[in-house]
Design a binder for this molecule. Sequence first.
Ligand code: UT7
Length: 321
Amino acid sequence: MPDKVLTNFDLEKMVDTSDEWIQTRTGISKRRIISDNINVSDLAVEAAREALLNGNLNIADIDLIILSTCSPEMVMPSTACLVQQKLGAKTMPAFDISAGCTGFIYAITVGTQFIETGLYKKILIIGADALSRYIDWTDRNTCVLFGDGAGAIVLGEVEEGYGILSNYLAASGAGANLLQIPAGGSRVPATENSYEKKLHCVNMNGNEVFKFAVRALPQAAKAALKKANLTIDDVSYVIPHQANTRILEAAARKLKINSDKIISNIDKFGNTSTASIPIALDELAKAHRIKVGDILLLVGFGAGLTWGANVIKWSKATLSN
Ligand code: UT7
């Protein structure tokens, strides 16, 4: 996480909002924001180094880097290549995944295929975002929601019956206009006009995304559990994308799961987009709350629209230091 903290009280001085509104409507009290001299690849590299350390691994043990982000450092090259160079990985393959805030779920699913076919043994999977660089800081509808951060895992072989038990992915381009950064790509290249109209900033229909999220989270969770031949009662922890406490509460009700089992750190970090799931997973692991054999359900939704879930059975190899 970046060091710089931006509280709701700081935001009160920037736009017409209040700590009370933000807390009640979103559950967020503060978020971390990168400083001017830091870029999203720096956050990614720090998360990657910590994941390697926790697994007693060196970068030389890794075969592939997959990085999910919706705030890439540049349109090209991929942020994964910038991270590869900073990690000193010379010619290791590296690529980005763009699946909005569901990116980490997509990245795990893609990575799993390489492990299953035996093409690669160990894959560094990173979720990193710095949406603060794409926020219109005069738009109270969006500027109160997002924070910056990164998280990483190393995916590899574990003993039979453990590890990734199932994956479920979905997308609906029909909802592409609900959450987007319209300019900066080839449709609306950056111009003075696009800058003035703030088209390079996050543009969101919050109400529609909210309704979609409340439907998508339980649907993805149930679909992934069904593929793993498990039910919600088997789940030790749900690690959802951290967007809004009210979305998580609604999902808990629909899934009929005790909200204690739903991991949330949105109050202190806000919505860190594709980084939110690995950050929450890291906190849970570091608090030694996960036991060998526990079933974890990672579930996300985001721009695209995209949504999906992974079911993981925690093994000895997945125990973090
Ligand atoms: O990671 C991906 C995805 N993004 C999400 O998951 C976001 C999903 N959506 C949401 O979380 C919620 O829709 C929001 C938090 C974005 C908005 O909450 P809401 O309860 O849906 O509020 P609203 O948009 O319906 O707005 C209610 C009122 C409006 O005022 P009027 O028209 O009733 O007078 C807004 O103008 O609240 C006003 N408002 C604010 N007031 C104070 C909107 N933003 C703010 C604000 N401070 N920051």
